[in-house]
Design a protein around this ligand. Structure first.
Ligand code: ADP
Length: 364
């Protein structure tokens, strides 16, 4: 494998199994996003690849060569792995100028590669910042410099750990797009760690979902979104409405109407997840009387989307205030537009089949 490969990699911190039997191969020119909540082992995998953490179990290859193997007498030190690292907190050298920071990893160190470093700065329209020190840069500028510092030596592997998470939303988008362009031309293996599903979809050729140290899905962004392997993965991509049910005649009844349960035997207990943006609310007059109904409790415009909270059936406002049990059945829809919806009114609901998922009960 000429890219980066993890073979049977596990890692413990004391009794905690932080990475569990990971198999992952990334090709040159490919960007893989490791997606999962905090603590699922993403950074540990990056640190193992970079050589910042000693490998305990398994083997790691870069460019067809083992850089670490459990039980082997020696391992390739971090600086010889051809790895570029970008962290959340930029980690620029505070006592070096922007230009010196970028030149740091080039042959000749601080004094070499001046032209290459200047060209890279010019490409991002930052030539005028060359002689500044990191403390005199904005967060976005610092992260661009950190990115160039990692990329300019043309590493085989780029490892980015939550590189945009400290930037504000507007800047985050801008720096993400620039990063995407820079990486696209680099031909490097890229592994980017994120807990943000949208970011993973934007930047990843592949998304690798991690849960408690294990890979639970490894597929294209479209596939992970459309066919999440379990409830955990489905949840990463936005709010869900969850129901438990039993399959009857290939269907599960839910308060949002019946959902198809393909591949489940009759009487199976299942969990149903319906994305909030997979719900359509229509006038009761326009659909058959057996169509599921909801009473809208609140309508909040969120820009392009409207957040609609509702209760199943035609439960009244008074009854709703009455008990804990009812509070649990508040449903959430995100609809485009939505200005016409009125809190207190009853609507018919339809779920989009491609946004409703059925999993074996208790899985994920
Ligand atoms: P993520 O990047 O997904 O947030 P990490 O790889 O940082 O996850 O951490 C995985 C688990 O290992 C977490 O439970 C974390 O608390 C633990 N952990 C990470 N680094 C250390 C360490 N140096 N010592 C002890 N536990 C650690």
């Amino acid at each position: 494998m000429s890219g980066l490969a993890f073979e049977g990699v596990s890692h413990r911190y004391g009794s905690l199994l932080a990475v569990d039997s990971v198999e992952l191969a990334v090709r040159p020119g490919e960007t893989v996003c490791l997606l999962g909540p905090s603590g699922c082992g993403k950074s540990t995998l990056l640190r193992l690849a970079a050589g910042l953490e000693e490998l305990q179990t398994g083997r790691i290859e870069i460019g067809g060569r083992a850089v670490a193997a459990a039980g082997a007498r020696s391992r390739v030190p971090p600086e010889e792995r051809s790895v570029g690292l970008v962290f959340q907190d930029y980690a620029l050298f505070p006592h070096l100028t922007v230009l010196e920071n970028i030149r740091y990893g080039l042959p000749g160190g601080r004094s070499g590669g001046k032209d290459r470093a200047r060209r890279a700065l010019a490409e991002l329209g930052m030539s005028d910042l060359a002689e500044r020190y990191p403390h005199a840069l904005s967060g976005g500028q610092q992260q661009r410099v950190a990115l160039l510092r990692a990329l300019v030596p043309r590493p085989r592997v780029m490892l980015l750990d939550e590189p945009f998470s400290t930037l504000d939303e507007h800047l985050r988008h801008e720096v993400r797009m620039e990063t995407m362009n820079l990486l696209a031309g680099s031909g490097a293996v890229t592994v980017l760690v994120t807990h943000d599903a949208e970011e993973a979809m934007l930047l990843g050729d592949r998304i690798v979902v991690m849960q408690a140290g294990r890979i639970v899905q490894d597929a294209s962004p479209g596939e992970v979104y459309a066919r999440p392997s379990n409830l955990f993965t489905a949840r990463l991509f936005g709010p869900l409405n969850l129901f438990e049910g039993t399959v009857r005649g290939g269907l599960v009844e839910t308060p949002l109407g019946p959902v198809e349960a393909v591949g489940f035997a009759d009487s199976s207990r299942v969990s149903v997840a319906v994305r909030a943006d997979g719900i359509e609310l229509v006038s009761t007059a326009s659909v058959p009387t057996d169509c599921a109904r909801v009473r809208v409790r609140s309508v909040r415009r969120l820009g392009a989307w409207t957040l609609v909270l509702m209760t199943p059936g035609d439960v009244t406002r008074e009854a709703l205030g009455a008990g804990e049990a009812l509070r649990e059945t508040v449903l959430e829809a995100r609809v485009p537009g939505g200005a016409e919806l009125i809190a207190g009114d009853v609507y018919a609901v339809r779920t989009r089949p491609e946004k409703a998922f059925v999993f074996a009960a208790g899985s994920g």
